[in-house]
Every structure is written in structure tokens, then in C-alpha cells.
Design a protein around this ligand. Structure first.
Ligand code: SAM
Length: 506
């Protein structure tokens, strides 16, 4: 087929969908164009930016007709910043889109039949993690039920963690220096900037406030930038590999109010480290931990392997649903605490525990889901790859007087097969893998262990769907899926799925 558009053409198109990145999808004479900022149902005028063989990208110039789901994005830097993708979409519409996104993946990748779950078309916002219909799979017949997305009543300022790349104030604006540097040293008057990357690039958009972030985290990032600028600290430069400060990571416990500040550095020594500590403590009275993480590799991965306490504790504490957690710098801890409770309660509900069961929690992090499960199970075994997280998990069990949960550091796909050989027979396996989903060796082991139930917590609908297909082919039936909005105004979708052993293979 010849390509009907060329670069710089001005085209008119109807938007027929939204990609998983939140771009509007238009068609010009059958040719697909991705248009950032356009919403389904709109007719737009756009300028073609890039043309590839199968599709192209265009810039939104004007809305000819506007979707009723369109709202004004409240964030001042929304258009430049790549952190959020859906602020221009009404929140109820975001929730509907997220549910549909899960369904599309289950159908297309998982080849699953989606039959029900209440969808009133409005993506209803429900409090306290409850689904509108309360249907269970057995009541609703075969086919997967996908419930309405559980949303937030107040979907702003929900994040407990800021993870901000640091750079130098841009060059040309500051009298011709190169990225804030002259001959490798900071140009006079240059300062640190910090914010999220612009869409599709590694250009930092400096920010003072992020509307999905806890205010105190914004404040901490501002303080670190100010102190660093005053002390003449250099920011890491991706191209040359020079400069010291790479990222600032700030975490606040929503219940405890405790704050941790992590300076991620491209070097072992922080000059004038006492002044950093003094400055941060003076400006942030709730700070309980200031740590340095050393990352001297040329990589996009934020953390290096070595973490040193500069002042205070090595962890901060927080609480979820009455359970206390110690959290260290490199440990995974869900970023939206209110929705985390809803998600974990749903995972526990799906586990169907009576107090006697043996449960495996794979990819357990600091033991959060494990300890929720342990309150209602016989014995819980958690496994996780990050050793510090496992130390946190063990500490967390003791902290909460929970003695029926044990933890092991290692790869889930290696440790769980060994547990099988050692005779552990789980009634339920819970998995909560990173975006890439479960390792095939782990899925094979689940099929061999054949627990009555598998509860799959996922932050990526496409790998969820892929893995559900493997489990279905091995004899499980996906009963229901509950999408949970952990990341309002972004395209990310969390879900929890319940699978039961079907009694037959394949
Ligand atoms: C999405 S997080 C879930 C953590 C925990 N369930 C929670 O809710 O806080 C995924 C976790 O898997 C861990 N991980 C990644 N690959 C792993 C593997 N192959 N085996 C075990 N853990 C792994 C990560 O370090 C991370 O803590």
C-alpha cells in the first residue's frame, strides 16, 4: 500500500481509540497516525511529524470537535512533562479506558472470553476498594468477569515516592555554557534542576510541584536542589558520564509522616556532606533517614548496589491497614498507599483463606502482601530477589508479631521449584511480578504444584494476559479480574486476577 501522507502534511482525522501510551489513534485513508493529546470521539486537525511504513506520528493542531471526556489539565507543565499522560481526560473516563484496556489485552493476547462484570459505562468511583457488582465467577457463569476499575475519590497528591533525575540549568539560557557546564565544570550561576523527563526524551523538565505527588516530597526535592546549587554540586551528565548527583529519591509514610531522602550519586564521596545533612534536617523536620546510594554505572537504572546511611535510620516506617512496615531505600513499596490497601484486600479476598492454608507469595518485596495474607492463613512463604527487601520483610513480620510468615531472598523461578522438591505444598500461590511478568520456569512450577487458587497481581495487562494464557492452557480458569487505579492520570493500570484449578489440563 502506498503511504497516503507525508511529513509536514496537515490532515483532518477522527480519533478512534487510545494507545497504551495514551496517544489518540487516527486514520487517514486507512493509514494509522498516533496523535498525542487527542481523545477518542474527537475530530482533529494535525500536522504529520514522522512517517514509518505501517504508521506515523502527528502533532495535534486543533480540535474540530471535542470529546465530552476532555477536561483542562490542571498541571502547568503537563504538556512538556512525560510523567502523566491522561490529565486531559475526565477521571471517570480514565477509569473506563483502563478497564477496557485490560479487557482488550485479555482478549487479544490472552485469548480469553470476557463475559461480564458490571460496567455501567461510567467507570464508577467506589470507596474502600469495593466493586459495584460483588459478583463472583461461579455466580456469573464461565468466561472472565472484568470489574469496573476501582478508582480514587480524590485522585491527586497520591504518591508517597518521588524519584527525580537531576541536571544542570540549561546552557543556552545561561550564557552559552554547555548544559550548565563550561569545560566540564559548572558554569557560573548554573544551578541544579530536577523534574521528570520530557515525553520520549531524557531532557529534564524542571518542576517545583507535581500534582500527583505528596506536597512534602515536592518540598524535599526543592530543598535538595537548593542545597546542591548553593554548594556548587554538579549533576550527573549522561553523555560524558561526569558530574555527581544523579537522582534524588524521597519517600514519605502517609500514616507515619516519616520521610527518607536518598541522594543517588555518581561517586563515593559527597563533598561537604555535613552541610547537606544539616540543610536537609533544618528544612524537613519529619526526616528520619538520609542515605546515599552509589551508582557509578552508565545506565538508566536508578539505584546502584551500595547504600550508606548519612544520617538517621536506614529505614522509615509506614503502616497499611494496621500493619507496620520498615522500608529501606532500594525496597519496592507501592507508591499509592490508599489504593494499595484496596488492592491487597482484594488479593486476600481472592485467596479465599480460612486460616489453615499454605500460601506462597512470589515477588514479595518487603512482605506487604505476605503479611496481609498471614493474618488469615496457616503459613506464608515469601520470595524476593532484593536482599534488603527480604531483610525488611523479616523485620516486618517481627514488628507485627506475625510468626507464620517466612522469607527467602532469591529468584522466584529458582527458589519455588526448590521449595517444591522440599515438600512445600501450597493451597494458594500469589504472584506480583514486575512489568515483564512471570518467568516461564515459575509458571511451569505453578502448574506442577497445582494450588487450588492462583492470585495474580499485575502492573502490566499485556504480560498478565500472556501469563494467564499459559496458566489456562495448563488447566486453570481465570474467574475474575479487578482493575485498580494505582496511578491516576497516567496510563498505568494495576489488576488483580483470580484463577482456580479447573481439574483438567489444556
Ligand atoms: C511489583 S513488585 C511487588 C512487590 C510486593 N508484592 C509489593 O506489593 O510491594 C515486584 C517485586 O519483584 C521483585 N523481583 C523482580 N524479579 C524477581 C524475580 N525473578 N524473583 C523474585 N523477585 C523478583 C522486585 O524486586 C520487586 O520487589
Amino acid at each position: 500500500m502506498s503511504i497516503p501522507v507525508s511529513k509536514n502534511d496537515i490532515v483532518t482525522t477522527d480519533i478512534i481509540g487510545l494507545t497504551h501510551d495514551g496517544e489518540g489513534v487516527g486514520r487517514v485513508d486507512g493509514f494509522t497516525l498516533f496523535i498525542q493529546g487527542a481523545l477518542p470521539g474527537e475530530r482533529v486537525l494535525a500536522k504529520v511529524l514522522k512517517v514509518k511504513k505501517q504508521y506515523g506520528y502527528a502533532k495535534l493542531l486543533e480540535m474540530i470537535t471535542t470529546s465530552p471526556d476532555r477536561v483542562a489539565a490542571p498541571c502547568e507543565i503537563y504538556k512538556q512533562c512525560g510523567g502523566c499522560q491522561l490529565q486531559h481526560m475526565d477521571y471517570a473516563a480514565q477509569l473506563r479506558w483502563k478497564r477496557q484496556h485490560v479487557i482488550d489485552n485479555l482478549e487479544r493476547i490472552g485469548k480469553l472470553k470476557v463475559t461480564g462484570g458490571k460496567s455501567d459505562g461510567a467507570g464508577e468511583v467506589l470507596a474502600e476498594g469495593r466493586s459495584a457488582d460483588g459478583l463472583s465467577g461461579s455466580e456469573a457463569g464461565p468466561g472472565v468477569i472484568v470489574h469496573d476499575t476501582l478508582g480514587m475519590d480524590e485522585p491527586w497528591r497520591y504518591r508517597n515516592k518521588a524519584q527525580v533525575p537531576i541536571g544542570m540549568a540549561m546552557a543556552a539560557l545561561d550564557g552559552g555554557a554547555d548544559g550548565g557546564y563550561v569545560d566540564g565544570t559548572p558554569a557560573e550561576g548554573s544551578r541544579l534542576v530536577g523534574g521528570f523527563y520530557a515525553r520520549g526524551s531524557h531532557r529534564i523538565i524542571d518542576m517545583d510541584a507535581c500534582l500527583i505527588q505528596h506536597e512534602r516530597n515536592d518540598e524535599a526535592v526543592r530543598i535538595v536542589k537548593r542545597i546542591g546549587s548553593e554548594l556548587g554540586v554538579t549533576a550527573y551528565d549522561e553523555e560524558s558520564g561526569g558530574g555527581l548527583l544523579r537522582h534524588v529519591v524521597v519517600r514519605i509514610g502517609f500514616v507515619s509522616d516519616e520521610t527518607m531522602v536518598v541522594l543517588v550519586t555518581n561517586g563515593k564521596k559527597i563533598p561537604q556532606v555535613e552541610r547537606w545533612v544539616e540543610g536537609i534536617r533544618a528544612a524537613l523536620p519529619n526526616v528520619k533517614s538520609i542515605v546515599q546510594n552509589i551508582n557509578m554505572k552508565k545506565t538508566n537504572v536508578i539505584f546502584g548496589d551500595e547504600t550508606k546511611v548519612l544520617w538517621g535510620n536506614e529505614v522509615i516506617y509506614d503502616e497499611l491497614d494496621g500493619i507496620r512496615f520498615a522500608i529501606s531505600a532500594r525496597s519496592f513499596y507501592q507508591v499509592n498507599p490508599a489504593q494499595t490497601v484496596a488492592l491487597y484486600r482484594k488479593a486476600v479476598e481472592y485467596a479465599g483463606l480460612t486460616g489453615k492454608e499454605t500460601v506462597i507469595d512470589a515477588y514479595c518485596g518487603i512482605g506487604t502482601i505476605s503479611l496481609f495474607l498471614a493474618r488469615q492463613a496457616g503459613q506464608v512463604y515469601g520470595v524476593e530477589i532484593v536482599p534488603e527487601a527480604i531483610e525488611d520483610a523479616k523485620r516486618n513480620a517481627v514488628l507485627n508479631g506475625i510468626d507464620n510468615a517466612s522469607f527467602e531472598a532469591g529468584l522466584a523461578e529458582v527458589v519455588i521449584p526448590r521449595w517444591r522438591e522440599e515438600g512445600i505444598v501450597p493451597d494458594v500461590i500469589v504472584v506480583d511480578p514486575p512489568r515483564k511478568g512471570c518467568d516461564q520456569a515459575l509458571l511451569d512450577t505453578i502448574l506442577k504444584m497445582r494450588p487450588e487458587r492462583v492470585v495474580y497481581v499485575s502492573c502490566n495487562p499485556s504480560t498478565l494476559a500472556r501469563d494467564l494464557r499459559v496458566l489456562e492452557d495448563g488447566g486453570y480458569r481465570t474467574v475474575e479480574v479487578q482493575p485498580v487505579d494505582m496511578f491516576p492520570h497516567t496510563v498505568h493500570v494495576e489488576s488483580v486476577a483470580l484463577l482456580v484449578w479447573n481439574g483438567t489440563e489444556g
